[in-house]
Design a protein around this ligand. Structure first.
Ligand SMILES: [Zn+2]
Length: 846
C-alpha cells in the first residue's frame, strides 16, 4: 500500500529520492503494546500467557474465508459535494465458493440503503427475489430463501447513499490518517479558494465506505464505474475511460472500465478541476493529473515514469500488466501516496514548481508506487498479516530503480536509509515481519513492513544470487498473477528455482523478530601467518539458537583482493585464513547483512577503509567514525609541521569532496570544524568550490552553510559573494541557507528574498523559522494564512513546530493580542487536530 506519511530520513535529505518518504514515506509513531510474544517460526501459536495481555494478542488473524468470490463490480456514482455524500447504484456479481451458502455478507460502511435485490445468474436457474437482509451500519447480511451450491453465480443490486463523513474516524496508522474511504475537499472559511475535489483512499478496508463489496485483500474483481460530476470537472478511476457524455443538467458522465481483476482496496475514484497532461507508454495511456498551475512541470514532477515502466517490465520479466498508468496529486491527502491500480494518488506535496524541481522530484515515491503494480496489485497479499509481500517489495523497488538509473551509490544510500529506519524502530518495537496477531490492520504499516522487509529482500538477493532472485520473482509474479499469495508461496517459488531449502532464511527473517547483534574482532597472527576473525552473537532468536548468517570477509592486499564466506550460526566462532598480512580487511555486515555490529576498528583501520573500499556503505561508516574523533582527525591540521597524519587526512578529505556519493560529499562539508577554515586556505578553497560547483544542490547547501558558519567565527566571505551566489544558483535550498546571513547585513534584501519564497510550498518551514527571528508585523499574515490553510498529512506533522515559530514571532513583535485573536479563530478550524493545538496554544499564550 501506500507510502507512509513520514519517509525514512537519511541524515542527508535528498529531495530527489525521498519525498516521501518524506517523502513519502517513513513513519512510526506507535509503540507496540506491552504484550510481545515469540511466534517461533510458523507464527501460529498464540502466546502462552494470555491472562494479562490484551485480547488481540490471542486473536489469530485468519485470511477472510472465500465462501463467496467477487467477480465484477458495476457502479453508477454521483458525488454530492453540498452534503459530502455519494449517491450510488451497485451491481455486485459474485460466485459461491466451495461450500454451499444460504447467507451472503457485504461490507458497506455508513450507508443508507434505498433498495436491494438479488438474482442468480446461472443460465439454467436464473431467478430474482427480494432477499431478507439485515444491516448494522457496517455489514449487510442477506438471508437467502434457499441454499446456493458451489459455483452458483449471482448478482446483488442496490441503490444507496454513502455518507463517509458520518463515519467515526479510526486511529489511522503511521502510513495513513483517516479511515473514511472517500474524502470531499471543498472551500471553507479557512481556504475560500480551495479547489473542489473528491478522492478515495481504500487501503486497508475503507473502500466499503463508498461501495458495497467484500472488503478483503484476497478478493479480486473487475470494475465498471460510471461517475457523474459537474461538467467542469475531470474524473479518474482505474483502467480506461471508455465513454464520456454530457447530460442535459450540466453534468457529465464518464465511464471507467477496469477489465482485469484486482483487490477491492485498489479501486479508486477522483474528480476535480485538474489539468491532465497526456502521454503514452507503448500502447498504454500515461496521464498526469495536477492542479492547473503545475501543468508545465507535470512530467518532471512524476519524473521518469515511462523509463521506470520500461525498466521494471524488463527487470521483472513480466510486462506492466495493466491498461493505464495515471498519477494524480490531490489536496489534503491522508497518506504520502497510494498505489491504486493504474491510478496512483499522491498528496499535494508531490507538486513542485520549476524552482522546487531543482532540488528534487517525487521520483523515489513514483518508483515505490509503480513497483506495487506488480507487488500488491498483480499479486496481492492474501491478508494484512502478509503485508510484507506488498510493502517490502515496493520499498525495495526504489533502490532497484536508483541502481539502474543512477548507479550503486544512490541505491546503497537508499538501502542504508532503510537499515537506519528499521534499527531506529527496533529500539521501541520488535515484531515478526509476517504477523498473525496485531491490534489493528493499520499497525502493519510500520518500518518493519517497509524498511526491514526491503533489506531482507536485498539479503535474499545477495544470498541466492541475482539470477536466482529475479527468476524467482518472475515465476512468483507469473504463477500468482491476478491472485493473492502468502509468504510461504514466495518461499516455495524461491526453493523451486534454487533447489535449496530456504526455510531457515524465511523463518528467521520473515517469521521471527529481531536481528543479529554481533561483536567482531580481527587480528593478524604473525606466528602462524593467519588472518583471524572472531565473532560473538549477542542476541539469540530463541534460547540457544542464533541467526544463521553468511558473512563475506574481504582481504585487500597491495594489488589484489579476495573474499571468503563464513557462516555464523553459534554464539562464538573463530575463523582463520592462511594469508599474508593484508593492507586491510572488509566485510559485508551492515552493508548487505541486516544487523547491528561492532567490528572493533581502530582509527587507522577506518582511514584504510575510507581510502580503500569501493562501497558507499563502508566509506560512509568510516568517515562517520573518523570525524567523531575530531581531536585526532582535525587536530593534525593544527600541527605546524604537517605530520604524516595531517597529510593523510587532508588527502582523505579531498577524496571525500570528490566522492561519487553526494551523501559523502555533504558529510565532508558538514564535518569540517568552522574554526579550522580560518587557518587552512586549502580546506576553504575546497569548500568554496563545492558550494559553487557541486552538481547536487543538497551538497552546495551544506558547503554554503559551513562557509556561513565560518563567517560567524571570523572568516568572512568575500564581499557580495553570497548575494551573487543566490542570484546565480536557482536552488531553493541554497537560497534558504543564505537568508539569515543576508538578513544580518542587509535586512531589506533578505525580506525581499523571503517574500519571493512565499510562493514556494516547500519553503513554508524555512519561512516560519526565518520570520520567527527576523520577520516584521506584515509577515504575520503569511504565517497565519499558512496555519489556516495547510492541513495535508505532511503539514500536520510540522504544524506544532510552526506554531512555536509563530509564537516566537508574535512575542518578539509585541503582538500578543493579535496572536490571541488568531488562536480564537483557529479554534474554529474544521480540523479537530488543529483545533486541539490551537486551544493548547491559546491557553499557553494567555
Ligand atoms: Zn507502499
Amino acid at each position: 500500500m501506500r507510502t507512509p506519511r513520514t519517509l525514512p530520513s537519511p541524515p542527508f535529505l535528498f529531495l530527489l529520492f525521498l519525498t516521501c518518504i518524506g517523502s513519502a514515506c517513513r513513519p512510526l509513531t506507535k509503540n507496540v503494546g506491552p504484550a510481545r510474544f515469540e511466534t517461533g517460526n510458523a507464527g501460529l501459536q498464540a502466546p502462552k500467557d494470555s491472562a494479562a495481555k490484551p485480547a488481540w494478542t490471542t486473536l489469530y488473524r485468519a485470511s477472510k474465508p472465500l465462501d463467496v468470490r467477487l467477480i465484477h463490480t458495476r457502479l453508477e456514482l454521483r458525488p454530492l459535494f453540498e452534503s459530502a455524500q455519494l449517491r450510488g447504484k451497485a451491481w455486485i456479481e459474485a460466485m459461491v465458493g466451495f461450500y454451499p451458502v444460504q447467507q451472503v455478507k457485504l461490507d458497506a460502511q455508513g450507508f443508507e440503503i434505498h433498495r436491494l435485490s438479488f438474482r442468480t445468474l446461472n443460465a439454467d436457474s436464473s431467478q430474482a427475489f427480494q432477499p431478507l437482509y439485515t444491516y448494522d451500519g457496517q455489514v449487510i447480511t442477506l438471508n437467502l430463501p434457499r441454499r446456493l451450491d458451489a459455483g452458483t453465480r449471482f448478482e446483488i443490486n442496490m441503490e444507496y447513499t454513502a455518507s463517509p463523513d458520518s463515519l467515526k474516524a479510526g486511529p489511522g496508522s503511521a502510513a495513513i490518517q483517516g479511515e473514511k474511504g472517500l474524502y470531499f475537499i471543498r472551500p471553507d472559511s479557512t481556504v475560500p479558494d480551495k479547489p473542489m475535489q473528491v478522492w478515495s483512499q481504500g487501503e486497508t478496508d475503507h473502500n466499503s465506505c463508498w461501495f458495497p463489496t467484500i472488503d478483503a485483500p484476497n478478493q479480486k474483481t473487475t470494475q465498471h464505474i460510471s461517475l457523474t460530476v459537474d461538467s467542469s470537472m475531470v474524473t479518474l478511476s482505474n483502467g480506461l475511460m471508455t465513454s464520456s457524455r454530457l447530460n442535459p443538467d450540466g453534468t457529465r458522465t464518464d465511464v471507467w472500465e477496469h477489465r482485469l481483476p484486482h483487490a477491492p482496496y485498489l479501486a479508486m475514484i477522483a474528480a476535480g478541476r485538474f489539468a491532465v497532461v497526456k502521454d503514452r507508454w507503448r500502447s498504454i495511456p500515461v496521464h498526469y493529473y495536477v492542479e492547473p498551475r503545475y501543468a508545465p512541470q507535470a512530467e518532471r514532477i512524476f519524473h521518469r515514469t515511462k523509463d521506470m515502466l520500461t525498466y521494471y517490465s524488463q527487470k521483472l520479466g513480466v510486462d506492466y500488466p495493466w491498461s493505464s498508468y495515471h498519477q494524480i496529486a490531490v489536496r489534503d491527502f491522508v497518506s504520502g501516496a497510494m498505489e491504486n491500480t493504474g491510478a496512483v494518488v499522491f498528496g499535494q506535496w508531490a507538486q513542485r514548481s520549476e524552482r522546487e524541481l531543482v532540488d528534487g522530484s517525487a521520483e523515489g515515491t513514483v518508483a515505490h508506487e509503480m513497483f506495487h503494480h506488480w507487488f500488491g496489485d498483480l499479486v496481492t497479499c492474501e491478508s494484512w498479516s502478509n503485508l510484507s509481500l506488498n510493502e517490502s517489495f515496493a520499498t525495495y523497488g526504489t533502490p532497484l530503480w536508483y541502481e539502474h538509473a543512477y548507479g550503486p551509490e544512490e541505491a546503497d544510500a537508499a538501502l542504508e536509509g532503510n537499515l537506519r529506519d528499521y534499527l531506529a524502530e527496533s529500539k521501541r518495537k520488535q515484531v515478526d515481519l509476517i504477523r498473525y496477531y496485531y491490534e489493528n490492520n493499520e499497525d502493519m504499516f510500520d518500518r518493519h513492513s517497509y524498511a526491514k522487509g526491503a533489506r531482507i529482500l536485498h539479503m535474499l538477493r545477495n544470498e541466492i544470487g541475482d539470477r536466482a532472485f529475479f527468476e524467482s520473482i518472475r515465476l512468483y509474479l507469473t504463477r500468482f498473477s491476478f491472485k493473492s499469495a502468502e509468504i510461504h508461496d514466495f518461499r516455495l517459488i524461491c526453493e523451486e528455482v534454487t533447489g535449496r531449502d530456504l526455510q531457515v532464511f524465511f523463518n528467521q527473517w520473515f517469521l521471527s523478530k529481531g536481528h543479529p547483534i554481533i561483536d567482531m574482532n580481527y587480528r593478524y597472527d604473525s606466528l602462524r601467518k593467519q588472518c583471524v576473525f572472531e565473532f560473538r552473537q549477542k542476541h539469540s532468536t530463541l534460547p540457544g539458537r542464533y541467526f544463521q548468517l553468511p558473512v563475506q570477509l574481504e582481504f585487500y592486499f597491495f594489488d589484489s583482493s579476495v573474499a571468503r564466506t563464513v557462516v555464523l550460526d553459534r554464539e562464538v566462532q573463530e575463523f582463520r585464513f592462511d594469508f599474508p598480512r593484508p593492507v586491510w580487511t572488509g566485510h559485508n555486515l551492515g552493508r548487505i547483512l541486516l544487523c547491528e555490529y561492532n567490528d572493533g576498528r581502530t582509527f587507522d583501520e577506518f582511514v584504510q577503509q575510507f581510502r580503500g573500499s569501493p562501497f558507499y556503505y563502508d566509506r560512509k561508516r568510516a568517515l562517520e567514525a573518523l570525524v567523531q574523533n575530531p581531536q585526532r582527525f582535525w587536530g593534525a591540521w593544527n600541527d605546524p609541521n604537517r605530520t604524516t597524519d595531517a597529510v593523510t587526512y587532508q588527502d582523505l578529505i579531498a577524496r571525500a569532496f570528490r566522492d561519487p556519493s553526494p551523501v559523502i560529499r555533504g558529510m565532508a562539508a558538514d564535518a569540517i570544524p568552522a574554526s579550522l577554515l580560518k587557518q587552512d586556505p586549502l580546506l576553504y578553497g575546497l569548500l568554496m568550490r563545492t558550494a559553487e560547483k557541486d552538481l547536487r544542490s543538497q551538497v552546495r547547501q551544506k558547503a554554503l552553510l559551513k562557509l556561513i558558519e565560518a563567517g560567524d567565527s571570523g572568516k568572512a566571505l568575500p564581499a557580495g559573494w553570497l548575494e551573487q551566489k543566490i542570484a546565480s544558483d536557482s536552488s531553493l535550498l541554497v537560497t534558504a541557507a543564505a537568508l539569515r546571513p543576508i538578513a544580518k547585513a542587509n535586512p531589506g534584501q533578505a525580506s525581499e528574498i523571503a517574500k519571493a519564497l512565499e510562493n514556494e510550498n516547500s519553503m513554508v518551514g524555512t519561512l516560519f523559522g526565518f520570520y520567527a527571528e527576523y520577520g516584521q508585523e506584515k509577515n504575520l499574515n503569511y504565517l497565519e494564512k499558512s496555519l489556516m490553510q495547510l492541513r495535508d498529512s505532511r503539514s500536520l506533522r510540522q504544524y506544532p513546530n510552526w506554531l512555536k515559530d509563530y509564537n516566537r514571532a508574535i512575542l518578539r513583535l509585541n503582538q500578543k493580542e493579535r496572536g490571541l485573536a488568531f488562536y480564537e479563530q483557529l479554534n474554529r478550524h474544521p480540523s479537530a487536530r488543529i483545533r486541539t493545538l490551537a486551544s493548547e496554544n491559546l491557553a499557553g499564550l494567555r
